[in-house]
Design a protein around this ligand. Sequence first.
Ligand SMILES: [Zn+2]
Length: 151
Amino acid sequence: MRELEEKFIVDAMLGNIVTWLRILGYDTIYWSGDDGELIKRALEEDRIILTMDRELALNAIRNGLETFYISKNDSPEVLAELAKRYGIKLRFDRNRTRCPVCNSPLKLVNDKPREEWICPNCGKRYWRGSHWRNIMKTIKDAEERLASSEA
Ligand SMILES: [Zn+2]
């Protein structure tokens, strides 16, 4: 199985995007610390920076880092942009999804009657419940925006 290449580090204003990237299986760090440290970490771990902070974005670009400046925090819109720019897949893969809380890859522990995952790191459990429709709706919304931007 090919590893997903893109890894991200995301500033504290974009918590919703962190959750989405993890659900979609992308290794994503949520950063609320110092800008200099963020840049160092991105450099060391080859992570794409997502930020709403213009100054941080400019600073990161000056340091030669791949940086995506986000002006409007709208999940489907940002996901569509990321798909366009970095080729992230707007598709839920039950074997690649990560813990929205701690970023660890989840383990599928039950298939029937309903899929259920456990996080080996923080112990949280997830399953396809009532929130599932909303998750799929946002992913579908992002796909549609991507399609219309490419038309
Ligand atoms: Zn976890």
